[in-house]
Design a protein around this ligand. Structure first.
Ligand SMILES: [Zn+2]
Ligand SMILES: [Zn+2]
Length: 350
């Protein structure tokens, strides 16, 4: 089968290779990939800026498809079922996080498409070992969703989890979102749907900010054209008025410091974007009694909710898909993501 491999941890070591279809164990599910989306982290990965990568590996962790074959012990899935993976490939099953069902926080977790073979391929093996511990890591794709839409459920799950579950968002609140990538934009869309009084979106890409406007975001702040972002946010919603700030950027110290400055007393700040290193004075967060939350992924509840909402067509997933490509045109697709011309590029033939 054809697969996009990151074969060595070195710049430029990515290519389509012909590799064997993964062998199927008795508890495994073999998924024929119908669509897979490029994540910002895939771009980071192939430029060696992500250490959570094994090589050689088939990349791609946002994917869905049709069950091709199941192992002899598998009862929950049959060939022909439409399914979307939330990309967990391995967890330990024994740690505190695993015992309470928060599998994404397992320190041993391996992601399909990062440390194990993922979805930029004709087929992907969903390991039985993880399906036994965490059956909900593979979900049924609602019939009304196309595969291309199914491929971008995962970033919308991240956004839902950050905004609603970690952020505790409530109707009528004012939310500030740094970083108009797919997760930030999905967060804006969920905030709109959930009844935000005000939404402020801060970013540096005109294309992506404009997309935010189309989602109904009332206040856009382009940091490239604004000397003082905190001031601009205060002009939009008032000083110290943000009930919730999501940092979905890679902007580092400045963003977290600004988030603390614009938060209202007792607000929450959810840090979603990875920044590498950070030195921030947290003292100003103490007087305000802020809660600063480290984000990772989603949980079973998140997927229950977003799949229910998707089945009711409450999120316009189609709007987030900027371009579709066959896998062989991966360079073009990656370039568009890297240039921030696309919200999401999706592969739909392999
Ligand atoms: Zn991702
Ligand atoms: Zn664990």
């Amino acid at each position: 089968m054809k697969a996009l491999m990151f074969y060595e941890f070195r710049e430029g070591c990515v290519e389509i290779r012909d590799v064997p279809i993964p062998p199927l164990g008795p508890d495994d599910v073999l998924l024929r990939v119908k669509a897979a989306a490029i994540c910002g982290s895939d771009v980071e990965r192939i430029h060696c800026r992500s250490t959570s990568t094994a090589t050689p590996v088939i990349i791609g962790h946002e994917f869905c498809g049709v069950v091709e074959k199941v192992g002899a012990n598998v009862r929950r899935w049959r060939p022909g079922d439409r399914a979307v993976s939330e990309n967990t490939g391995h967890v330990c099953g024994e740690c505190h996080a695993c015992r309470i069902g928060k599998f994404l926080n397992c320190p041993e977790r391996k992601v399909l498409g990062a440390k194990m073979d993922g979805g930029f391929a004709e087929f992907v093996r969903i390991p039985g070992e993880v399906l036994k511990l965490y059956p909900q890591s593979l979900r049924r794709l609602p019939d009304n969703l196309s595969f291309e839409e199914g491929a971008i459920l995962e970033p919308s799950a991240n956004a839902y989890y950050a905004l609603i579950q970690e952020g505790g968002f409530q109707l009528g609140q004012k939310v500030v979102i740094f970083g108009p990538g797919a997760i930030g934009l999905f967060a804006a869309a969920w905030a709109k749907l959930a009844g935000a009084a005000e939404i402020v979106l801060v970013g540096g890409s005109k294309t992506r900010l404009e997309f935010g406007r189309q989602l109904g975001v009332g206040h856009l702040v382009n940091y490239r054209e604004t000397a003082d972002v905190t001031r601009a946010v205060a002009d939009a919603i008032g000083e110290n008025q943000a009930d919730l700030v999501l940092d979905v950027s890679s902007g580092g110290d400045q963003v977290l410091a600004a988030a603390i400055a614009m938060a209202r007393p007792l607000a929450r700040i959810v840090k979603v974007g990875w920044t590498g290193s950070q030195t921030v004075n947290l003292d100003p967060s103490m007087r305000k009694g802020l809660t600063i939350i480290g984000h990772l992924g989603y949980d079973v509840v998140t997927w229950d909710r977003i799949l229910a909402l998707a089945a009711e067509n409450r999120m316009d997933y189609r709007a987030f898909i900027s371009a579709v490509f066959p896998l062989e045109r991966w360079r073009e697709a990656f370039q568009g993501m890297e240039d921030r011309r696309y919200i999401k590029a999706v592969f739909n033939s392999f």
